[in-house]
Design a binder for this molecule. Structure first.
Ligand code: ADP
Ligand code: MG
Length: 220
């Protein structure tokens, strides 16, 4: 379902370039639950952004759902992202001008889901995350943990095939963290959703099938 073949990513620096990912070979099957671990600065977020079609690889090949990502038009990549991917950003990335409700609803609008279905789906997640009373607040009126929960709700609301989550519990207290991990486990085991999480937590990693370790941009 997901295949990276010799993928590298570099940024221009002066007259040369700085590599942040090197020759990454990674194959993920449908229904797997993977944890990416590694020290700060090792390239975890960059790798997740490439997998989530948010950044492009500099070298190598990426196949997502059998589609050669680099050869696709921008439009087709956006479509693949909107239809099949849920992304939890490390820094939440909520839309400041939209309420909690509207932030969670956004992926459903992009996917063209009917208004009645949007209503029931968003209501279900607000209820699940105990955020009903906060639905009309803006992100700036929430704590970091609450923003993170909204970010997770937004990532799963449209029933994506794959969830990419960048330290999804980094700002949650341990009970909330367990709740999110249990939710991911349920989505994975009952609905067959493929999950790739970046985590620093050995506890979170126990929920996955295998751990992929990055060090200085290399797979360990
Ligand atoms: P991690 O998530 O493991 O902490 P990142 O993927 O965020 O690591 O970053 C890996 C390396 O890439 C870091 O050294 C970071 O400074 C560098 N980097 C990330 N984004 C850019 C960018 N836009 N331009 C230049 N360097 C970048
Ligand atoms: Mg990171």
């Amino acid at each position: 379902m997901i295949q990276l073949n010799k993928v590298s990513k570099y940024y221009p620096a002066g007259f040369g370039k700085v590599y942040v990912l090197r020759h990454i070979d990674l194959h993920i099957k449908e229904g797997e639950f993977i944890s990416i671990m590694g020290p700060s600065g090792s390239g975890k977020s960059t790798l997740l952004h490439i997998l989530g079609l948010l950044e492009e690889a500099s070298e190598g090949e990426y196949l997502f759902l059998d589609e050669p990502v680099q050869k696709l038009s921008e439009k087709k990549r956006t479509e693949l992202h909107r239809n099949h991917i849920g992304f939890v950003f490390q820094a939440y990335h909520l839309i400041d001008e939209l309420t909690v409700y509207e932030n969670i609803e956004t992926p459903l609008l992009y996917k063209g889901v009917s208004s009645s279905e949007r209503k029931s789906r968003v209501a279900e997640l607000l209820d699940r995350f105990n955020m009903v009373a906060k639905k009309d607040l803006f992100p700036s009126q929430l704590s970091g943990g609450q923003q993170q929960l909204v970010g997770v709700a937004r990532a799963i609301v449209h029933n994506p095939k794959v969830i990419y989550a960048d330290e999804p519990t980094g700002n949650l207290h341990s009970e909330q963290a367990v709740e999110i991990m249990e939710l991911f486990k349920k989505l994975n085991q009952e609905d067959g959703v493929t999950i790739v999480q970046v985590t620093h937590s050995e506890q979170n990693a126990t929920y996955g099938d295998r751990v992929v370790r990055l060090k200085d941009g290399w797979l360990a």
